[in-house]
Design a protein around this ligand. Structure first.
Ligand code: HEM
Length: 240
C-alpha cells in the first residue's frame, strides 16, 4: 500500500499519488463544508445538517483509513526528510507552516466530532426543516462526559479489532489506537466544559463554535496548499 501511494502523482511535477489524492480530497471536503455553511447562513438547517454531517463523516473515515496506511505523523516525517528547498527556508517558513497546519487539522478534527454531537443536541426537526433551539443542549455535561469517555475507549477498540483481521496485532498498535481515542475524547470533553462556561445557550454555542470550526477548515486548506506547493511543486523532494 505504501509503495502504491508513493507512485508519481497527477497534479504537479514532483507529487506522489498519496499526496495528490490527499490534496484533492482536502479541497473536496472543504468545498462541501463551505456549501454546508452557506446553507446554515441561509437558514436551511436540514440541508446544512445533511451536507455537513456527510462531509464530516467522510472526512473522519478518510483520515482514519489514510493515516492507518501511511502511518501517523507521515506528513511531519515527509516534511523533515523531503523538503527540497534551501535549509534556511525550511527553518524560517516550512517548519512553522507545517506545525501550524498540523495544529489546525488536529483541533479541527476534534471539533468535528464535538460539533456533530452538538448538532443533534441543539436542533429539532419541524416538518421538513430543522432549526436550532435556545436553552441548554440536551443532556447534562456530566452525562456527556461519561458517554464521551466510554466512546473514546470502545470506538478505538472496535477499530483495532477490525485492523487485527488484516494485520498482526502488536501491543504498540493497541496502545496507539487507545491513546489516540482517549486524547480525542478528552479534547471533546474539554470543549464541552469550556463551551458551556462561555456559551450556556446551545443555539449560541452551535453558531459560535460552528463558525470557528468553519474558519479553521479554510485555514487548514490554505496551509495544506502552501505545504503542498513547497513540497512538490517548486523543488524536487529529497526522498522519493
Ligand atoms: C462539524 C459540524 C457542524 C458545523 C461546523 C456547523 C456549523 C454551523 C454554523 C456556523 C451555523 C450558523 C450559521 C450562521 O447563522 O451564521 C450552524 C447552524 C445550524 N446548524 Fe450546524 N454545524 C455542524 C453540524 C450540525 C449538525 C450535525 C446539525 C444537525 C443535527 C446541525 C444543525 C444546525 C441547524 C439546525 C442550524 C441553524 C440553521 C438556521 O439558522 O436556521 N449542524 N451550524
Amino acid at each position: 500500500m505504501t509503495a502504491w501511494l508513493k507512485q508519481p502523482g497527477f497534479l504537479s511535477p514532483y507529487g506522489t499519488l498519496g499526496a495528490d489524492m490527499s490534496y484533492v480530497l482536502a479541497v473536496a471536503f472543504t468545498v462541501l463544508f463551505l456549501v454546508g455553511w452557506r446553507f446554515a447562513r441561509r437558514r436551511r438547517g436540514q440541508a446544512h445538517h445533511v451536507v455537513t454531517l456527510s462531509a464530516m463523516a467522510a472526512m473522519l473515515a478518510y483520515f482514519v483509513a489514510y493515516y492507518v496506511n501511511r502511518g501517523l505523523g507521515a506528513l511531519a516525517f515527509e516534511g523533515e526528510e523531503g523538503f527540497g528547498g534551501p535549509p534556511e527556508l525550511y527553518e524560517s517558513l516550512f517548519r512553522p507552516l507545517l506545525t501550524f497546519h498540523i495544529l489546525v487539522v488536529t483541533i479541527g478534527l476534534i471539533l468535528a466530532v464535538y460539533m456533530i454531537v452538538l448538532g443533534f443536541r441543539t436542533s429539532v426537526k419541524r416538518g421538513e426543516e430543522r432549526g436550532l433551539v435556545a436553552g441548554s443542549p440536551r443532556g447534562t455535561a456530566l452525562r456527556f462526559t461519561g458517554w464521551a469517555l466510554l466512546a473514546s475507549v470502545v470506538l478505538p477498540m472496535a477499530l483495532f479489532g477490525v485492523r487485527v483481521l488484516f494485520t498482526n496485532p502488536t501491543i504498540g498498535k493497541f496502545l496507539g489506537w487507545l491513546i489516540s481515542g482517549v486524547l480525542v475524547g478528552l479534547g471533546v470533553i474539554a470543549i464541552e466544559w469550556v463551551g458551556r462556561a462561555i456559551y450556556p445557550d446551545g443555539e449560541r454555542r452551535h453558531r459560535a463554535l460552528g463558525t470557528f470550526t468553519m474558519i479553521l477548515y479554510v485555514l487548514a486548506l490554505l496551509t495544506s496548499t502552501a505545504t503542498y506547493v513547497l513540497l512538490y511543486v517548486i523543488w524536487p523532494p529529497l526522498i522519493g
